[in-house]
Design a protein around this ligand. Structure first.
Ligand code: FES
Length: 104
């Protein structure tokens, strides 16, 4: 199964994703530019922020209160913004597509 990252300049990275990993871990393992993930995935940095494509946004698990709080610190807030360390890859997310903000 694959997930797709599109950078703010339009560069596309289609990456093989292993279920069980987070979307942030998938991006980091392939050195996708634009994900900083300063805190390593413990929900205390908001530098793994992504803008989720409209067709996928409602298919993701709901935002926790903690993630909601951290999203307020995102450099480029977006109505479909999520923290990629909180998106666990499942088979149901095959084809997931997100855009990476210019700044984290
Ligand atoms: S990596 Fe820090 S909040 Fe996601």
């Amino acid at each position: 199964m694959k997930v797709k990252f599109v950078t703010h300049t339009g560069e596309v990275f289609e990456i093989e994703a292993t279920p069980g990993l987070s979307l942030m871990q998938v991006a980091s393992s392939e050195a996708v530019p634009g994900i900083v993930a300063e805190c390593g995935g413990v929900l205390s940095c908001a530098t793994c922020h992504v803008h989720v494509d409209a067709e996928w946004f409602d298919k993701l698990p709901p935002v926790s209160k903690t993630e909601e709080g951290m999203l307020e610190y995102a450099a480029e807030p977006h109505p479909r913004g999520r923290l990629s360390c909180q998106i666990k890859i499942t088979e149901a997310l095959d084809g997931l597509s997100v855009v990476l903000p210019e700044n984290q």
